[in-house]
Design a protein around this ligand. Structure first.
Ligand SMILES: Cc1cc2nc3c(=O)[nH]c(=O)nc-3n(C[C@H](O)[C@H](O)[C@H](O)COP(=O)(O)OP(=O)(O)OC[C@H]3O[C@@H](n4cnc5c(N)ncnc54)[C@H](O)[C@@H]3O)c2cc1C
Length: 283
């Protein structure tokens, strides 16, 4: 019978980092939505849990002086889904957040926990790539930031070092435009089989990221360039081919690798139609 882990509930980031550095086999816990499920399944047995949800610096959303949006790592999915600051191109974030699981998980899970967990079926990783977010990290040795596109390394593997935690995200000042998140799942609220995160600025700049089709979100400058040259069924098809070439999905209970690849250009074309229609309605 495994022993229950010790639970620490620090009130400051420094305290949390001290505990993580000084306690063998300690793990951060945020919402617990994924970690507790993994512990219940016997997949991980941490000796200690360091809760990050009582540290004020890690929670909430604020707009910085230059217009960038700062999101604390312990901010719940439901808070992001309802946040009015995510306008224009950044609206892909609340659109993705509103499609995560059901209300209970959205009230429990946090954006930092999701990104650290790095399950390829999660909704935030592609949405954060589509807005060119930067992830903020802290360890006892200091702080650093990375483009989120460089943060995901492999299946359930990120650039996080031992003892390091995700503290937040910096979302570039939203441009006037639109964001759209298209998720294909077996039933509403399930993990994505394939997802498409798209942002379209009124100046024509497009960013696309695909979830569920490999260990990390699929992003390609060439796909962004093709779509930025003009949104149409044809450019969606060509950008889709670029993204398929990067895909490395697996067969699982949700769908085969072949099915996932087939979905990429089809879903991208649909996302392009939807985002274009949204822009026409607004104009
Ligand atoms: C039934 C169910 C359905 C779900 N459906 C979806 C879905 O449709 N779409 C979707 O995107 N997600 C889904 N999820 C996952 C959900 O979004 C989780 O909230 C998320 O994966 C983890 O967030 P958390 O805050 O609960 O992290 P936790 O479970 O607390 O932690 C997850 C992992 O990240 C580490 N960690 C936590 N916070 C940090 C941090 N700040 N820095 C460094 N490491 C950290 C932990 O040590 C652990 O390894 C679902 C979960 C459940 C239980």
């Amino acid at each position: 019978m495994p022993l229950s882990p010790s639970l620490f509930r620090p009130r400051t980031l420094d305290e949390a980092l001290d505990i993580l550095a000084g306690t063998p086999d300690a793990r951060p816990i945020s919402g617990g939505a994924s970690l507790v499920a993994m512990m219940n399944a016997g997949l991980v047995e941490p000796a200690a849990l360091v809760s990050l949800t009582r540290i004020p610096e890690l929670s909430g959303i604020r707009v910085a002086a230059g217009g960038n949006i700062l999101v604390g790592a312990a901010t719940r999915h439901s808070v992001i889904a309802a946040e009015a600051a995510f306008t224009g191109t950044a609206s892909v974030l609340p659109h993705a957040a509103s499609q995560i699981a059901g209300v209970a998980v959205r009230n429990m899970g946090t954006i930092g926990g999701a990104v650290a967990h790095a399950d390829p079926g999660l909704d935030f990783p592609p949405a954060l790539c589509a807005v060119d977010a930067r992830v903020q990290l802290a360890a006892k040795s200091g702080r650093r930031t990375l483009p989120v596109r460089d943060f995901f390394a492999d299946w359930y593997t990120t650039a996080l070092e031992p003892g390091e935690i995700v503290t937040g995200f910096e979302i570039p000042k939203p441009k006037s435009g639109a964001g759209f998140y298209l998720k294909h799942a077996r039933v509403a609220g399930d993990f994505a089989i394939v997802s498409i995160a798209l942002s379209l600025a009124d100046d024509g700049e497009v960013r696309v990221a695909v979830g569920g089709c490999g260990p990390t979100p699929l992003v390609a400058d060439e796909a962004d360039r093709l779509l930025s040259a003009g949104l149409s069924a044809e450019t969606a098809c060509r950008a889709g081919e670029v993204l398929i070439a990067l895909a490395n999905p697996v067969d699982d209970v949700r769908g085969t690798a072949e099915y996932r690849k087939l979905l990429i250009p089809r879903m991208l074309a649909r996302a392009v139609r939807e985002i274009t229609a949204t822009r026409k309605k607004v104009a």
